[in-house]
Ligand binder design. Structure first.
Ligand code: ACO
Length: 325
């Protein structure tokens, strides 16, 4: 029986030129390279230049993904941009990306699920592609989180960075088996009772300002491993796969200790973990496609590999998706 799957045609990413090291941060707030590395695994992060917006980062990543897919922008009829740091309250940054790419067909919108945004965007694009309403999607995660950081708060400003990543998905007929290419299963979850544990203290309807990121780090940590492993296990059960079948585990790059904790609990071996948190920091919705592109570029992820992505973030939101590359 032939079914429609959303298969990955290409992957791309973009990092702003400027890096900020832990040593530089230690000159700004009371922290140290040792503390940051031990608690988070982060060594440096990238910072968008003045005048460089979330949509600009997204356009670079999208062009990179289109080139990898061997497609012109006009082949795309759906853009989903996962971001919690849009250029403006409205319009969606996705329409700026659409216009900059010269795409005049289809639909473009932003998706807001904070660090889980890319997983939610993959799940959403997959659903829309499988309905037959769209043919090819650009799924982008792009963030300028350094713009919403309180640079006097050492508990948050050492964690986040800027960047963008993108994949091109195409609706394609597949056999309907586990050997198919494409998105094989996905899970999205949220529980708003936790919304005050990681949030931004501003917004158009409340303060009329963009606000700053606030986080109860210990509380986030306490829930992260349980929520993430639950979502991954749901996707494994839904697809009839086991953790040992996963070729590459590509988590949201929040914190090396959360990544290791999840992999350990799931029984995923260390050599299958793709980690870029040391160089990128936590780039929220951009972190998974940035890590995917890193592992595709260095030859780890190859066509046919089984790739599990997962994330947890503000809301709380969390989820996972299994993709045969
Ligand atoms: N440098 C030096 N000391 C610091 C820093 C810093 N940057 N930040 C906090 N401290 C101090 C604290 O003030 C505290 O000092 P005290 O004992 O004198 O009061 C001490 O270090 C320990 O602080 P804790 O908050 O208990 O440190 P913890 O071990 O919990 O680590 C951290 C903090 C890294 C934020 C951890 O809780 C964590 O990783 N949480 C998960 C948060 C996360 O990953 N967020 C990402 C967004 S959500 C997501 O993407 C999933």
């Amino acid at each position: 029986m032939s079914i429609t799957r959303s298969i990955v045609l290409g992957c791309g990413s973009y990092l702003p030129a400027r890096t900020l090291t832990n040593a530089e941060l230690a000159g700004m707030v009371d922290t140290s390279d040792d503390w940051i590395v031990q608690r988070t695994g982060i060594r440096e992060r990238h910072i968008a230049a003045d005048g460089e917006f979330t949509s600009d980062l997204a356009v670079h990543a999208a062009r990179d993904a289109l080139a990898a897919a061997g497609l012109e922008p006009q082949a795309i009829d759906l853009i989903i941009l996962a971001t919690a740091t849009p250029d403006h309250t409205f319009p969606a940054s996705a329409v700026t990306v659409q216009a900059q790419l010269g795409i005049t067909q289809g639909a473009a919108f932003d998706l807001q699920a904070v660090c889980s945004g890319f997983v939610f965007a993959i799940a959403t694009a997959d659903s829309l592609l499988r309905t037959g309403g769209f043919k090819r999607a650009l799924v982008i995660g792009s963030e300028t989180f350094t713009r919403i950081l309180d640079w006097k708060d050492r508990t948050t400003c050492v964690i986040f960075g800027d960047g963008a990543g993108a994949v091109v998905l195409e609706a394609a007929p597949q056999a309907g088996t586990l050997a198919d290419r494409g998105v094989l299963g996905a899970k999205m979850r949220s529980d708003g009772r936790h919304k005050s544990k990681l949030y931004v203290d501003g917004g158009p309807s409340t303060t009329g300002t963009a606000g700053y990121l606030r986080m109860e780090g210990k509380e986030v940590f306490r829930h992260a491993v349980t929520m993430i492993t639950g979502a991954v296990e749901d996707v494994l059960a839904e697809t009839g796969t086991k953790a040992t079948d996963i070729d590459w585990f590509v988590p949201h790059q929040a914190n090396q200790r959360i990544i290791d904790g999840c992999a350990h609990r799931l029984g995923v071996s260390r050599d299958k973990i793709v980690s870029t948190v040391d160089r990128h920091g936590n780039t929220s919705a951009a972190s998974i496609p940035l890590a995917l592109h890193t592992a595709v570029t260095d030859g780890r992820i190859k066509q046919g590999d089984l790739v599990m992505i997962e994330a947890m973030g503000g809301g709380f939101t969390w989820g996972a998706a299994l993709i045969r590359w």
